[in-house]
Structures are given as structure tokens and as C-alpha cells.
Design a protein around this ligand. Structure first.
Ligand code: NAP
Length: 309
């Protein structure tokens, strides 16, 4: 019997317990999944980075710590964690993110706000451009960024993608490394941020980076709030260098009620809902990784502690 500890907010236990148990059984694993195991008995931990287990030292038998979240900045630096750490790559999470990105890119590309504002009896037949005439840059070409870039390219946007290592994605002009960031930004009429938050990406979108964007660019940030220097973005919105920012993630969440983003006409705030891990699709991913961990096969989506993601 494999003992798996579920170490996340009690409120989400009801939505996870059955899908996980079903997925373990479907993978042929005999698992005792529970919220309360003796630490020394635990073979694997399924956790949220903000969950009840913050000291991993007593779980010295555990062969896997599988997070339920894609973003691992809240756990990767935990010095008590010596076990292999896997981040969440979930088809449902990816689908949700692609839908968010496409919706918000199309909103700005088609000028949907302008259309909604002009229900005033004045006939103004301004025809929007085609996607093929719009340049979109996606920073981060991992599970979420690559999937978003592919679908943007399928809509015929001119897509540039940027990542740490070089990628080859059909229909996407792929750049890599810090020296090409400027080029990626220069072509970003619409900029989508899907980078993880690490020591290298913290504050990446500062005044200097914003200065490389074409005038009137739009920023969409479902990545992490810490990627952006808030004061620099607000300054760029004031001058019109940036026309609009649609922000889903923030340095402090929930976004404090007196933060200027709430009332700025050039900012749309969405409350970290771009996408979520879906138990019905993610459970199979957890089961696969558990099976691998228990048979010493390579664990999927292993976090690199030095890179921080
Ligand atoms: P991922 O698969 O780890 O991909 C990260 C991408 O960023 C990779 O392409 C990586 O390059 C690139 N990257 C990392 N550091 C870089 C650097 N210094 N310079 C250039 N590129 C760099 O992550 P993911 O699953 O796509 O998720 C991305 C982020 O989305 C998460 O970390 C999380 O913060 C955020 N997220 C938000 C929500 C939401 O609801 N708002 C939901 C889920 C996730 P390589 O490919 O070369 O390694």
C-alpha cells in the first residue's frame, strides 16, 4: 500500500479526493490517500505551496512532492525540502490559460472596448485589422506559453516567443536568452507574460523593458505579478507608452483595495482566475508521477531548484 498525504487547504479536499483515488486505481496503484498520515509512513505528498506542510524534514521516506500548482516560487526555496519536487502540468490548466490569453488578446486586437463604448447612436464603421497584421509576443514558452503561442499562431497572429532555451514551434518566431529580450519586446504590440517568478525574472518588465515596446502596446499578465515593476507600468500607462494592461497576478494577492491598478482606466484587474488546475484532468498526471516515483522512473515536470522553476 502506497501512503499519499494530501497537504493542501481542507476546502479543496472534497473536489480532489475522488478524482485522485479514481486516477490511482486506473493506474493500478494501491494507495491510501489521506490528509493525516504519520510523517514517517508517507511515500508521497500531494500539496499546495501554501498548504499545511511547510517543514518537509519529517517526511524523509517520501519519494515525491507533487504540487497542485504550476507556479512553484512559494515552495522551490523551502530549505527543508530535499525530496524531488514536481510542478503541475495539467491539460485542463493549459486549456484554461489558452482561453484566457486568446480572449484578452482578441479583446484588444479587435478594439472590443471601443465597440462597447460606442452604443450611442453614432454609426462609426471602423473595421478592425486582421490577426495577420498584429504582432503578439509571448514571454515564456513552457507548458502554458507554448500552448498559447500555438493557438495565437493558428489564428494567424504574427507571434514571437521568448524563452531561456531555444525552441522550435511551427508558426512562432522563437527567440531565447537575455540578449534577445529587446527584440522580443520591440515586436510586441500585445505582450503576454507567461514566465515563472524567479530571481532572474523578478522585475523583468521595468521602465527599460517597457521602453522597448512599440508605443501604445498592451500587456497581458497571467504569469506572476512580480514580473512587473508596478510603478514603472503605471508611469508608462500615464504617458501612453502602454495603452492598456490586463493583469491577473499581482505582487500582493488579493490586490489591496487601495492599489492604483483598481481605479486606473488603463488597467483591467482579473482576480488570479486566468486558469486553475482541474482535478478531473490533473489527477491522472499525479497518478502517473506517483507510479514513476515508486518505480524509480524519471519524474515528469521535475523542478530545477537552481533555476527556480
Ligand atoms: P514552465 O513550463 O516552467 O515554463 C516557463 C517558461 O519560462 C519556459 O519556457 C522557460 O524557458 C521560460 N523562462 C524561465 N525563466 C526564463 C528566463 N530567465 N528567461 C527567459 N525565459 C525564461 O511554466 P508554465 O507551466 O508554462 O507556467 C508559467 C507560469 O504561469 C507559472 O510559473 C505561473 O507563475 C503562471 N501561472 C499562472 C496562472 C494563473 O491563473 N494566473 C495559472 C498557472 C500558472 P525554458 O523553456 O527554456 O526553460
Amino acid at each position: 500500500m502506497i501512503r499519499v498525504l494530501f497537504a493542501a487547504d481542507d476546502a479543496i479536499w472534497p473536489e480532489w479526493s475522488s478524482p485522485l483515488r479514481d486516477a490511482f486505481a486506473a493506474r493500478g496503484l494501491e494507495v491510501d490517500l489521506n490528509r493525516h498520515h504519520r510523517p514517517e509512513d508517507v511515500d508521497a505528498i500531494v500539496c499546495a505551496p501554501n498548504g499545511p506542510v511547510q517543514d518537509f524534514r519529517p517526511y524523509d521516506r517520501a519519494r515525491l512532492v507533487q504540487t497542485l500548482w504550476a507556479g512553484v516560487e512559494g515552495i522551490v526555496g523551502n530549505e527543508t525540502l530535499a525530496q524531488p519536487l514536481a510542478r503541475m502540468v495539467d491539460p485542463g490548466l493549459t486549456e484554461g490559460m489558452v482561453e484566457y490569453v486568446i480572449a484578452h488578446v482578441l479583446r484588444h486586437h479587435l478594439g472590443i472596448d471601443r465597440i462597447l463604448r460606442s452604443q450611442d447612436g453614432h454609426w462609426n464603421p471602423t473595421v478592425p485589422p486582421l490577426a495577420r497584421d498584429r504582432k503578439v509576443t509571448v514571454l515564456g514558452l513552457g507548458a502554458l506559453g507554448a500552448a498559447s503561442a500555438v493557438q495565437l499562431a493558428a489564428l494567424r497572429f504574427k507571434v514571437t516567443g521568448w524563452s531561456a532555451s531555444q525552441k522550435d514551434i511551427a508558426g512562432v518566431s522563437c527567440l531565447s536568452g537575455p540578449e534577445t529580450l529587446k527584440d522580443a519586446l520591440r515586436s510586441a504590440e500585445i505582450l503576454v507574460l507567461l514566465l515563472p517568478l524567479t530571481s532572474e525574472t523578478e522585475g523583468l518588465i521595468d521602465a527599460a523593458a517597457l521602453g522597448h515596446l512599440p508605443t501604445g502596446a498592451v500587456i497581458i499578465n497571467p504569469g506572476r505579478g512580480g514580473l512587473i515593476v508596478d510603478a514603472d507600468l503605471l508611469a508608462a500607462l500615464e504617458t501612453g507608452a502602454v495603452r492598456h494592461a490586463t493583469l491577473d497576478t499581482f505582487r500582493v494577492e488579493p490586490l489591496p483595495h487601495d492599489h492604483p491598478f483598481w481605479s486606473h482606466p488603463g488597467v483591467t484587474v482579473t482576480p488570479h482566475i486566468a486558469s486553475a488546475t482541474r482535478p478531473e484532468t490533473a489527477a491522472a498526471v499525479v497518478a502517473e508521477n506517483l507510479a514513476r516515483a515508486m518505480t524509480d522512473k524519471p519524474i515528469l515536470h521535475l523542478v530545477d531548484r537552481t533555476r527556480g522553476y
